[in-house]
Write a protein that binds this ligand. Structure first.
Ligand SMILES: [Zn+2]
Length: 282
């Protein structure tokens, strides 16, 4: 079965605001093709939207949609752009929501959270990003939940937090941004890490391609980051991208001497996904 380790189905509302039917078709696609997915939300409304999708999927006997919640590291900079300030009270409110959903067994992973130091406006928020990261990592550890990480130009910070990341049940690096060597080093540090690949491996992203070709297959995941990681020429990403991603992963590994067929890599990645989420099944 196809698996999507990181997506935001709630955000299809932004890219398809006036295309109700098209959006519904995409969302239903999850069930038709049997995609198991983990949906990430940044706020309570989005979380509720994803929860409704999950309930509908369950009612219709479709593949499960797992729930993740966390503050995206770009959020403080987005607040600044809008002339607002991300305050400690905003963090506290989100953490209260996170702990209550965890307590009520409504959540399967914490995230996405992490670090984004891609440009100056993100760098300006580094201190608050640190606070958000530490609070989320603690929540993942305290609740025995996997962490879903967004890391951009900030791999050094992952190594700074390696000791605590080792205490996490599992750590998913969404759209793995690092090198093959960095991935190996993360595993050597003892972090139960999984490296997730999406359309970047179809877009000539050299580090992602090399990592996807060479890492142990037990550490691989696939994702769409729906709707935020479109293929070239497309407006948004969605579950239809998973098969080409899987086919490309099989091809890259085979070319690198790690011969594997599409069906076999699909089964391995499904097993990896289930390893991560099995202990947090609703
Ligand atoms: Zn995302």
């Amino acid at each position: 079965m196809l698996t999507d380790a990181h997506c935001h189905p709630c955000d299809l509302l932004f890219v398809l605001p006036n295309a109700e039917q098209e959006r519904i078709n995409i969302l239903l696609h999850n069930g038709e093709n049997g995609v198991i997915a983990a949906a990430s939300a940044w706020n309570a409304d989005d979380f509720a939207y994803n929860e409704t999708l999950a309930r509908n999927a369950e009612k219709d006997g479709q593949a499960p949609l797992f729930q993740c919640f966390g503050i995206h590291p770009q959020l403080p900079a987005i607040y600044s752009e809008k002339g607002k300030q991300f305050k400690d009270a905003d963090l506290t409110a989100s953490m209260e929501f996170l702990y209550s959903t965890a307590e009520n067994k409504k959540i399967n992973a914490v995230g996405e959270f992490g670090f984004d130091l891609f440009n100056d406006s993100f760098k300006e928020t580094e201190k608050i990003q640190d606070k958000i990261f530490e609070a989320h990592l603690e929540a993942a550890i305290n609740n025995g939940l996997p962490a879903v990480l967004h890391v951009r130009r900030a791999m050094h910070k992952i190594f700074l937090h390696a000791k605590n990341l080792c205490r996490c049940k599992a750590v998913i690096f969404h759209s793995w941004p690092g090198s093959y060597e960095e991935a190996l080093s993360i595993l050597k540090h003892g972090i139960n890490a999984y490296f997730s690949f999406g359309n970047t491996i179809l877009c000539n992203h050299k580090q992602a391609i090399r990592s996807c070709a060479l890492l142990p297959s037990q550490r691989l995941l696939t994702e769409t980051d729906t709707p935020f990681q479109p293929r070239r020429g497309e407006q948004f990403s969605n579950w239809k991208d998973l098969l080409p991603i899987l086919e490309t992963a099989a091809k890259l590994r085979t070319e690198a001497g790690n011969k594997i067929g599409v069906k076999d890599i699909e089964l391995q990645i499904e097993a990896n996904f289930k390893n991560i989420f099995s202990f947090s099944t609703l």
